[in-house]
Design a protein around this ligand. Structure first.
Ligand code: FAD
Length: 464
């Protein structure tokens, strides 16, 4: 019996790999601390990227397979400890993702108006951690008490926003900030979120990259999308497209970089259309400080260059971008789950081919996959091959007799029942799914995300 901690893509792909083989019959429990499965496919992938979000239909089919069971609303580490869980299963696979963010380490980072991309993304995707239960919300006009209220207040007062970072998450954030609410209405964003976005008055989004256009981690399809937004000019300084030797080497070697640079070169040449809104791409620019008294008022920037050792350094030439909102999109970071081996330097669980290393030796029953194994990189599909590697190691260890199949899924159920935990299974997810579709259709949308935990739990209830 194998317990997988985390029902994001990596955990579900691991369940799929286990259920697709017939050499060793394995019962699989996929546990998640949230009432619903799918991890960042629900709470990260941009709501306006419908086809990518529809991957959840495939993931759902795996959770429906015989031999696989979903246990929602079970927080490993607090509802039950890792040790307790390991006591009732033959092996565990850690697939709990990278739940934290990286900081910039500059002055003003904690001012009101400076926010980490994971928090902003969780807000617009309707994550229950960010959306408090309705009875805990501050009245309109009062000091924002929750992260959701903070995000909503910021949106309503921001005309100019700075997004620090040049990856796809930065593009997602920029699109949500610059698109009109009418353009976001065909998403499944929660009603609270859409209401807040309706108050939006953002006209300018500035994206900052410490290096040149050759060094972004954008995918070309997502980058191009910026240029297709109606009534939005994308502004690139032609001077940023004069390449130094190292940029030229990157463009020669990396096809994606070459394609991205070509897209940006077209924008740099294009005349402005006097659109109502603008996205400015600033390269060779780093934020030095976030300025403001009680809240963000501007970002002080500095031009950068690559020094003789290949590192980015400031040139001393500074600038000022007036802004009321700063979103730092410089990466997600893994955190330690109590009782699980963890390397704070890499933000990952130490392993070899998915076998967890505990106190310098291979642990006999612990495996790892996904972002907490390899760090927050790659696309959703990367988690599939990653999970296959981990499951291959696990199955090899079963064959070699290193893991004895002595536990049944009933023992896990008994442990949870002893703790007074009532996991939500796939029938509960289907009720939530139906409630979200019904709510959406009731006001002419395809679906509306239920963002508050109390709403999710109420929808999950079986009234038959
Ligand atoms: C903003 C954003 C946009 C993205 N957009 C795209 C895109 O368009 N296309 C694409 O291919 N990829 C995209 N990705 C990447 C993709 O989402 C990741 O590759 C993938 O989700 C990583 O899977 P994971 O299972 O390792 O982690 P996650 O998806 O984070 O899943 C981890 C799961 O573990 C659960 N968990 C955490 N702690 C516990 C605990 N203590 N007990 C029980 N459960 C726990 C969490 O609730 C979560 O459900 C995006 C990522 C982000 C952040």
């Amino acid at each position: 019996m194998v317990a997988i901690i985390g029902a994001g893509p990596s955990g579900i792909y691991a369940a799929e790999a286990l259920s697709q083989q017939s050499d060793v019959p394995v019962a699989v429990a996929v546990l998640d601390r949230l009432p619903v499965p799918f991890g960042l496919v629900r709470y990260g992938v941009a709501p306006d990227h419908h086809s990518i979000r529809s991957i959840r239909n495939t993931l759902e089919r795996t959770l429906e397979k015989s031999g696989v069971r979903f246990y929602g609303d079970v927080n490993i580490g607090s509802d039950v400890t890792i040790e307790e869980l390991r006591g009732v299963v033959d092996a565990v696979i850690y697939a709990y993702g990278a739940g934290s963010d990286r900081r910039l380490g500059i002055e003003g980072e904690d001012l009101f108006g400076s926010i980490a991309a994971p928090e902003f993304v969780a807000w617009y995707c309707g994550h229950p951690d960010v959306h408090p239960d309705i009875d805990r919300m501050a009245p309109r006009g009062a000091v924002p008490a929750s992260k959701a209220e903070r995000a909503a207040r910021l949106i309503a007062t921001t005309q100019s926003a700075v997004v620090v970072g040049v990856g796809n998450v930065a593009l997602d954030v920029a699109r949500v900030l610059i698109k009109s609410v009418a353009e976001l209405d065909d998403t499944d964003m929660a009603d609270d979120v859409l209401d807040s976005l309706a108050d939006k008055m953002v006209t300018d989004v500035h994206i900052l990259g410490r290096r040149g256009p050759a060094y972004t981690t954008f995918t070309t399809k997502e980058l191009r999308e910026l240029g297709q937004l109606p009534d939005v000019d994308v502004i690139v300084d032609p001077a940023d497209l004069e390449f130094d030797q190292s940029s030229r080497a990157v463009i020669e070697m990396d096809k994606v970089a070459a394609r991205n640079v070509a897209v940006m070169a077209d924008w740099a040449k294009a005349p402005r259309t006097n659109a109502a809104r603008r996205i400015h791409l600033h390269f060779w620019t780093k934020p030095n400080a976030i300025l403001g008294v009680d809240q963000v008022e501007a970002v002080q920037t500095e031009r950068t260059r690559i020094n003789a050792d290949g590192y980015v350094e400031g040139t001393g030439e500074t600038g000022l971008i007036p802004a009321q909102l700063v979103v730092r999109s410089v990466g997600y970071k893994g955190v330690q789950l109590p009782g699980v081996p963890f390397d704070p330097n890499t933000g990952r669980v130490p392993h070899s081919e998915g076998r967890v290393i505990r106190d310098g030796e291979f642990s006999t029953d612990e495996y790892v996959t996904g972002w907490i194994k390899r760090g927050p990189t790659g696309v959703i599909g990367t988690n599939k091959s990653d999970a296959v590697e981990t499951v291959t190691s696990l199955l090899t260890d079963i064959h070699d007799g290193a893991i004895a199949g002595k536990h049944s899924i009933d023992e896990l159920d008994e442990l949870l029942a002893d703790r007074g935990i009532h996991p939500l299974g796939m029938p509960a997810w289907h009720r939530i799914d139906a409630a979200e579709i019904e709510l959406g259709e009731s006001h002419g949308r395809r679906r509306t995300t239920l963002a508050h935990r109390s709403e999710l739990l109420a929808a999950a209830e079986d009234h038959t």
